[in-house]
Ligand binder design. Structure first.
Ligand code: ADQ
Length: 486
């Protein structure tokens, strides 16, 4: 079987640029997929951190005027990742977060910035570089949603297309007046085209025109077909049910491995957990929690948004403190939630601590040092922090939604007896049930042999890319077996 060439396009890729799980997935997928005969090259924006990581790169195309300024397409490889980097200084030469400016608001020209990215991906599918012709173009999230729409309106032969929803909450909506500026024809503005609730919907356009739609867990693939979690796109997703599927994320086992992790204080394995205790002491010291290695420590590392249920956790805090436990929070996000987290930490010195900001090393230490990892999300397409937690023996305590439901085995008496319990699940998602789950986890923690059994089962669980990469390879092969796109 010959290799399949896939052009992936996304606005993040770890380790060059990451604000959350999207970056991790884009950085982790190409390696395992290569073993399945899938060659992935990823097109990403030339943010300063990306250009710095790329070094020289080879200029393979020059645009005199790409959406308002000159640009270059660079090709190169970084740490085994084959990249195209869109060096468009008028769009991407901005420090800090890729999406928001220093005042914390979205960059006003985000529609143009990401239309340019999608346009270049589509053009690569239409022969921009004679030496490179991808079989499939795979878009990820709203930033790249216009790619299948451009190919549709360009007409003529084109590669097959896939779009993956990493988070339906972010849809990329902009005013209809931008249609021309985005390079879309007048007739694209209708409900069967790019129109979405009286504007232009980037993600909507992708979902409308991609040959296949995937999301990052089977349960989320079901949930988004319903009005509750469909976020206004459930009707479209129901109509396209025959091409929609859920493929779980895996983790990068080279980056997230407690046996080798250089970012934690002490390394450990399923057989030898002593190091984990040292990591807990280090985490307590780093965050200013009382140095109590035997006290149960709950951790959470998350974007601080409504999705992630931080407000529920703060409401449930009395239950956690009544159990005598400690809480470590690492995250950044909504200003109100950031303030609430700081306030709670100040009110409970030594018992609750937080780091408000982004710190990759601390995220690793939190996984290594926590006894239990909280993920009380209201919805969760897949979730990576509970997968890292499984690998690091930080027993996940999660809401039973999306990928959390699919990846954590609840510690029922039967599951414990059968040695397959790997965490604690709760439902429905509210503060009362979260409180009950925290109490249940604390009771299990006090029963040391049972707790260690759960920890070890968690650490042994396969959270690698092995199965997911087979599923993606199958998807690409099925798509190509259907013959030419036009
Ligand atoms: N303050 C901080 N400092 C350091 N690291 C931090 C951090 N806050 C978060 N992180 C890191 O960001 C990543 C978060 O990934 P998740 O998949 O859990 O959620 P996210 O909502 O970003 O991703 C979306 O996309 C992914 C990928 O498909 C889906 O799994 C998920 O459900 C969906 O919401 C983890 O690597 C975590 O350690």
């Amino acid at each position: 079987m010959s290799d399949i060439q896939v052009l992936a396009v996304a606005s993040e890729i770890y380790p060059l640029v990451k604000t959350g799980g999207l970056g991790d997935v884009m950085g982790a997928m190409p390696g395992p997929l290569a073993a399945e005969g899938i060659r992935i090259r990823t097109l990403v924006p030339g943010y300063p951190s990306v250009l710095e990581g790329l070094g020289e790169g080879e200029a393979v195309y020059r645009f005199d005027n790409l959406f308002g300024g000159p640009a270059r397409l660079l090709a190169g490889s970084v740490l085994g990742l084959d990249l195209f980097v869109l060096d468009a200084p008028h769009l991407f030469a901005r420090d800090g977060n890729p999406y928001v400016g220093p005042e914390g608001h979205d960059w006003p020209d985000n529609p143009i910035r990401f239309a340019a990215l999608a346009r270049v991906a589509a053009s690569l599918g239409k022969g921009l570089l004679p030496a490179y012709s991808p079989d499939v173009i795979h878009a990820h999230d709203w930033q790249t949603g216009l790619m299948p729409a451009y190919l549709h309106y360009d007409g003529g032969p084109r590669p097959r297309t896939v779009i993956t929803i990493h988070n339906l909450a972010f849809q990329g909506q902009c005013p209809a007046e931008l249609l021309g500026a985005l390079g879309l024809p007048d007739w694209s503005y209708n409900v069967e085209g790019v129109e979405h609730y009286g504007g232009i919907g980037f993600l909507k356009a992708g979902l409308q025109f991609a040959d296949r739609i995937t999301t990052v867990s089977p349960t989320y693939a079901d949930e988004i077909r319903g009005p509750e979690l469909g976020m206004g796109l459930d009707g479209l997703l129901r109509n396209r049910s025959d091409v929609l599927s859920g493929i779980l994320n895996g983790i990068d086992e080279d980056v997230w491995n407690p046996v080798t992790d250089p970012l934690i204080a002490a390394r450990y394995s399923t057989e030898e957990l002593t190091g984990k205790r040292l990591d807990k002491v280090e985490l307590q010291a780093r965050l200013g929690l009382s140095p109590e290695p035997d006290t149960m420590l709950f951790g959470i590392v998350s974007r601080l948004t409504w999705q992630k249920g931080l407000d529920l956790l703060l409401e449930t805090l009395p239950a956690l403190l009544e159990e005598g436990a400690q809480l470590a929070i690492v995250g950044e996000g909504d200003a109100g939630t950031e303030d609430a987290v700081r306030r709670v930490a100040a009110e409970h010195p030594g018992r609750v601590a937080c780091f408000v900001g982004y710190d990759e090393g601390l995220a690793h230490l939190l996984q290594a040092g926590s006894d239990a990892l909280l993920a009380p999300s209201r919805f969760e397409p897949c979730g990576l922090t509970q997968l890292y937690a499984l690998r690091y023996g930080a027993v996940p305590v999660v809401s039973r939604v999306g990928g959390l439901a699919d990846t954590v085995d609840d510690a029922t008496p039967e599951a414990i007896a059968a040695n397959r319990a790997t965490g604690v699940q709760f439902s429905p998602v509210n503060a009362t049930e979260l409180g009950n789950a925290i109490r249940r986890a604390a009771a299990l923690y006090r029963d040391r042999p049972t707790w260690q059994g759960i920890q070890r089962a968690a650490m042994r669980k396969d959270v690698s890319w092995r199965t997911p990469s087979r599923r993606y390879a199958e998807l690409y092969r099925q798509l190509l077996a259907e013959g030419p796109a036009n």
